[in-house]
Design a protein around this ligand. Structure first.
Ligand SMILES: NC(=O)c1ccc[n+]([C@@H]2O[C@H](COP(=O)([O-])OP(=O)(O)OC[C@H]3O[C@@H](n4cnc5c(N)ncnc54)[C@H](OP(=O)(O)O)[C@@H]3O)[C@@H](O)[C@H]2O)c1
Length: 313
């Protein structure tokens, strides 16, 4: 079958840094158009055409799927607009700012018969897939402990991440990575929030620490815009523990990676998990059975985020 024809909304950091090139390289995918408010930024992504009008991309007859890379508050309106125009949608994380809006977006996609996927790219990384498989298979035994951190020291002034009205804050930006892996590793667990510690400036959380428990264990999550760079992931089972060997648990990109399971080490070839994500979504649009982030995982994590936000409000 022919390539899935993609359009991108937004040409900010993530598109410039990684996803524009990943989409250009993705098999079964063709990058037709990019829209950004600044035409020079749109042109720099290297699509067949560049425009400044988001709507003209979603309404183009030569586009099958839209990748939304806009700031968080703009996700829902452009998801709904793209769906209304009959397009499949891959939207950056967090898909929306609430579980209610996430359900609304998936309902709209289902009614329109199009695919909607949240772009939590690290879930397509083979190392993450392996961790999830180890947890779900019972190879680690009963999962009893989970430590996931995603912290970095600063966000530039003026960035949407520091604006509550625009979906800012560390939890929505990076906290959702360890939450997604936790939810994937324990698909049937009923999580209960034990505690939250939060440090706010400008009305957004610069740091959130949360402890959750389920029937057999406890998870500790830390995310921050004001702590040293760190992405740890350690999962303790009743038989053995798995941990990533680098400090890049959620952003390993085009580099060798590894994990340690008990006394044993497994290594992974460099991959571009963004490219794998685009290939999987294009595959699904063409009717393949490639794995894509399912609705229930996005909704479950959106629910966990809401519980953490409400406790700390
Ligand atoms: N998967 C990942 O690894 C990863 C990493 C970073 C970010 N992200 C996600 O990608 C999205 C964009 O993040 P980013 O770091 O690329 O953001 P950024 O560099 O700050 O760019 C902001 C984006 O928001 C758009 N935007 C729309 N209205 C805006 C307004 N009034 N003011 C400022 N920007 C506006 C911009 O569109 P124009 O281009 O049209 O100006 C641009 O695409 C977020 O949802 C974030 O969570 C994902």
């Amino acid at each position: 079958m022919t390539d899935v024809r993609w359009g991108i909304l937004g040409a900010g950091w993530i598109v410039q840094q990684a996803t524009g090139a990943a989409l250009r390289s993705a098999h079964g995918s063709s990058l037709r158009a990019v829209a950004a408010r600044d035409i020079l930024r749109a042109e720099s992504v290297g699509a067949a055409r560049a425009v400044t009008d988001y709507r003209s991309v979603i309404e183009s007859d030569d586009i099958d799927a839209i990748y939304i890379a806009l700031s968080n508050e703009a996700h829902l309106p452009w998801i709904l607009a793209a769906i209304e125009a009959g397009k499949h949608v891959l939207c950056e994380k967090p898909l929306t700012l609430s579980p209610q809006d996430t359900a609304k977006a998936f309902d709209a996609a289902e009614q329109a018969g199009v695919l909607l996927v949240e772009a939590v790219w690290s879930r397509w990384h083979p190392r993450t897939e392996r961790i999830v498989e180890l947890c779900r298979s019972g190879d680690l035994g009963e999962i009893e402990t989970y430590l996931g951190t995603f912290t970095f020291p600063a966000v530039p002034p003026g960035n949407y991440r520091l604006d509550a009205k625009r979906g800012g804050g560390a939890l929505l930006d990076v906290g959702i990575y360890p939450l997604h892996v936790l939810a994937a590793c324990l698909p049937d667990a009923a999580f209960r929030l034990l505690s939250v510690e939060r440090h706010d400036v400008y009305g957004v959380d610069l740091t959130t620490r949360a402890t959750l428990e389920w029937a057999h264990g406890r998870a500790s999550i830390a995310c921050s815009f004001e702590m040293p760079e760190s992405q740890r992931l350690v999962i303790g089972g009743s038989h053995q523990t798995v941990s990533v060997d680098d400090d890049q648990a959620f952003t390993s990109w085009r580099t060798h990676s590894s994990l340690t399971i008990g006394a044993h080490r497994e290594t992974f070839e460099p991959v571009d998990a963004y490219q794998q994500m685009f290939e999987a979504v294009s595959g699904r649009i063409r009717g393949d059975d490639a794995w894509v982030m399912p609705r229930h995982e996005s909704e479950r994590v959106a629910g966990m985020v809401e519980v953490i936000q409400q406790r700390s409000a």
